[in-house]
Design a protein around this ligand. Structure first.
Ligand code: HEM
Length: 252
């Protein structure tokens, strides 16, 4: 920004309201550039300085960010569906039919929820593959890799628990098969199965358990773990590609 332009806008940029929002000057010097990054809720997820390589689209394909956006879409559309869905074995299927056929934008919201769920499983796996391929799991990011593994399991858990909710033949038998598989786990298998089912067969108790896990437990735990994951990305110096820059700078 030239000195002339600066003075033209100074009546705004010097006002107390402006300065209460932007607590730094125009980012044309190293200090104000740093302050721009650290004082903005979105920018501060990045380190103050990043390497060009790490922000190239082809480095991460934005897969972690896309996973986060999909989680937000799922939360929003899930809350919308909750206005009509009833977790009862008599009313769940008719409620789904109502959502599909009579509720305004119901079919669209349900499809957004379903497709975002499928996409999230795929995108999270691709994100994991990308992190592995670029060596992002190595020191000091090994803890965040473990956090990521939990996120993958929870993403799968959210899909599994959501599968029963339409209460149609597909969901009934899928959960029957799924919980039978769980019963084969050594030592804890039978306990896990009866804990999930709330009895010996898929029924009302199962539906209410899966509903509670799906709409409260899993999403709330995921919000906490995703926040931890993003905080660790920041604390570990952003993406691993930034380390290479630091190393080459050290050698100079
Ligand atoms: C709900 C699922 C997940 C979300 C929302 C998420 C989100 C993110 C975001 C936004 C980033 C930074 C930007 C990017 O790399 O695109 C990131 C980086 C990272 N993620 Fe994830 N992630 C998830 C699952 C996973 C999984 C399954 C793993 C591995 C098991 C993992 C391991 C990592 C690691 C190690 C980094 C740092 C990568 C580097 O420095 O290159 N994440 N994640």
């Amino acid at each position: 920004m030239t000195a002339q332009t600066k003075s033209r806008w100074s009546f705004i940029t010097d006002s107390r309201v402006w300065r209460s929002f932007f607590r730094h000057g125009w980012p044309d010097n190293p200090l104000d550039r740093s302050l721009t990054m650290t004082s903005n809720v979105f920018f501060h997820l990045h380190p103050v300085k990043v390497s060009r390589r790490s922000i190239r689209w082809s480095y991460s394909f934005g897969l972690g960010v896309i996973s986060t956006i999909l989680f937000a879409v799922l939360t929003f559309t899930g809350v919308m569906l909750m206005f009509y869905y009833v977790p009862s074995i008599e009313r769940a299927y008719p409620a789904m039919k109502d959502i599909q056929l009579t509720v305004p934008l119901g079919e669209f919201t349900r499809n957004m929820h379903r497709w975002s769920a499928h996409a999230m499983v795929l995108v999270v796996i691709l994100h994991m593959v990308r992190v592995f391929y670029t060596g992002g799991y190595k020191r000091p990011r090994e803890f965040n890799w473990i956090v990521g593994v939990f996120l993958l399991l929870m993403t799968l858990g959210a899909s599994f628990t959501g599968y029963l909710l339409p209460w149609d033949q597909l969901s009934y038998w899928a959960i029957t098969v799924g919980t039978n598989i769980a019963s084969y786990a050594p030592f804890v298998g039978d306990t896990a199965k009866s804990l999930l089912l709330g009895g010996s067969d898929v029924g009302q108790n199962t539906l209410i358990r899966f509903y509670t896990l799906h709409i409260a437990v899993v999403p709330l735990v995921m919000i906490v773990v995703i926040s931890l994951h993003l905080w660790r990305v920041r604390k570990d110096g952003g993406l691993a590609a930034n380390d290479a820059k630091t190393e080459s700078q050290k050698q100079k």
